[in-house]
Ligand binder design. Structure first.
Ligand SMILES: [Zn+2]
Length: 205
């Protein structure tokens, strides 16, 4: 391995977008696999249970949907990747490979630039009416769609769904980030997002 390998690509510091962010510690060429989104691997059910008591307005979790079976919770065992903010037109993307999640540069990134990728948080029929506020985006990109949710517009609720949405807020709504694999568009029974929380020692399996 060259010594370049030992120089970190990224550094965490306060972000104008949100809380902490991740910035290029040096020039990062397009295509670089910058880091892996590490953390504890859970089933969706486990993740839902774990955050069942979170208030609905709290989008501060470090969950990342890998696929229908697995969610990564970077609260435990997460690395700096968990601080990468959402961007509607980010310089990175998340890539799922062998059920692991990597963050890669989709264009050249200059030293000091903040890294971002599109969380593409899926919509759910149980989302509260103010879900777009909860996940409002402040990425500042000219292409900002104003929300971390995808698609940008709330789909026309069917009569049934509308009635239900009014009745009650679901306790378990915890958004979760979505991997950007083109393979799967939007799905998920429970929204979950990744966001800001705190670190913990590594533990993967
Ligand atoms: Zn945005």
């Amino acid at each position: 391995m060259s010594t370049a390998r030992t120089l970190p690509w990224i550094r965490v510091r306060n972000s104008k977008i949100h809380g902490k962010g991740v910035f290029a510690a040096r020039f990062i060429p397009k295509g670089t696999r910058i880091s892996e989104y590490e953390g504890e691997r859970l089933s969706h059910a486990e993740a839902d249970t774990r955050y069942a008591d979170n208030p609905i307005e709290d989008n501060h979790t470090f969950l990342f949907i890998v696929d229908r079976k697995t969610v990564i919770d970077a609260t435990t065992g997460g690395n700096d990747s968990r601080f990468i903010n959402h961007s509607c037109d980010g310089n990175c993307e998340s890539v799922v490979e062998d059920r692991r999640v990597f963050v890669e540069a989709v264009r050249d990134i200059q030293k000091g630039d903040e890294l971002g990728y599109d969380y593409e948080i899926g919509r759910d029929k149980d989302d509260p009416p103010n879900v777009d506020e909860i996940f409002a985006c402040h990425c500042g990109s000219p292409k900002c769609r104003g929300t971390m949710l995808w698609p940008a517009k709330r789909p026309k609720p069917r009569a049934k769904a509308k009635a239900k949405a009014k009745t009650k807020l679901k306790a378990k709504t915890k958004p979760k980030t979505k991997p950007k694999t083109k393979a799967k568009p939007k799905t998920k029974s429970t929204p979950k997002t990744k966001a800001k929380t705190k670190a913990a020692p590594a533990r993967r399996r």
